[in-house]
Design a protein around this ligand. Structure first.
Ligand code: RIB
Length: 306
């Protein structure tokens, strides 16, 4: 019997400025892009929305700026049914923004300006502690200060709350701190940044995942885009094959994977089923453009899953 999990995301909220283009200007040059779209994004916010669409009760712990985008972001959380009582407006800071460039193959390049996300401190985690203690799962990424992430992982471990860390954007990290996470979920480039090892195919992903387990991480899921996802733990390795689609825009697919995985796992499904489902949920998000706006409802997901 499925239960409704409570997922709390401690993380970022951005405004995505998505430009569709195959060409990039040289210094001093002006060129035309194909299309533009403004949308709500940020890895944390995206994961929160994916989880909510899949059926979880979701709360967000975040900071936005005191510009036009801040209140609009809070409104968007509420419109998605996400508890935004711990989303604070930071005076004198801009909201996080992400100029994103998508080419005609659907591949994206993202530049993140963290703005108010960078003001989310361990003191904010303390302020949210009563909420966090109610969570079945805490989800984190790296668009907020790394010390806040480490602090929250330690909090989750101490309180016996499941935690999922998406180490994105990729950067070298203290693996001893990451050992507090129940799941660390990088994509190929983030896995390379963590391990210093190349991850270009499933075999290299296996070697990298083993290295990360040997370094103390408890469970590692490497998302492999068109090659599915690899889950590794002391119990062994499991490869979830890809759900084949013709992608239009892959932006946010990793977030769709993590948000849906947190919900599926928290609702009582076995890890392998949650993994397979999250894989399909992420693939569906690549069929239309944008980040949050490309995430499907639970109903649409179930139809595809069947
Ligand atoms: O993962 C996609 C997200 O990365 C975008 O929404 C953008 O805001 C950046 O955070």
């Amino acid at each position: 019997m499925e239960r409704q999990p409570h997922v709390v995301v401690v993380g970022s909220a951005n405004i995505d400025l998505t430009t569709f283009t195959d060409l990039f200007p040289r210094p001093g040059e002006t060129i035309f892009g194909r299309k533009f779209q403004l949308g709500f994004g940020g890895k944390g916010a995206n994961q929160a929305v994916a989880s909510a669409l899949c059926g979880a009760k979701v709360s967000m712990v975040a900071r936005v700026g005191d510009d036009l985008f801040g209140p609009a972001t809070v409104q968007n959380f509420m419109a998605q049914g996400i508890d935004a009582s711990h989303v604070w407006i930071t005076r004198g800071e801009s909201s996080g923004v992400a100029p994103i460039f998508v080419d005609s193959a659907g591949q994206n390049r993202i530049l993140v300006v963290k703005g108010a996300n960078d003001a989310l401190t361990p003191a904010d985690v303390d302020a949210a502690a009563p909420l966090l203690r109610q969570a079945d799962c805490i989800v984190l990424q790296l668009e907020v200060p790394v010390e806040t992430v480490y602090y929250t992982l330690r909090f989750a471990r101490r309180n016996g709350i499941r935690s999922i860390l998406n180490p994105a954007p990729g950067q070298p990290l203290d693996l001893a701190e990451l050992a507090n996470a129940d799941y660390v979920v990088p994509n190929e480039t983030e896995a390379e940044a963590l391990s210093g090892m190349p991850v270009r195919n499933i075999e290299e992903a296996r070697v990298c995942a083993q290295h990360l387990l040997d370094s103390g991480l408890r469970r590692v899921i490497i998302t492999l885009g068109g090659n599915g996802a690899l889950c590794a733990s002391a119990d062994g390795m499991e490869h979830a094959p890809p759900h084949r689609v013709e992608p239009m825009d892959t932006t946010g697919a990793g977030d769709a994977f993590i948000g849906s995985f947190a919900c599926f796992l928290g609702s009582g499904m076995a890890e392998s089923e949650a993994l397979a489902r999250a894989n399909v949920y992420a693939a569906l998000s690549t069929l239309s453009v944008g980040t949050q706006m490309s995430f499907v409802t639970r109903e649409r997901f179930e139809a595809a899953w069947r």
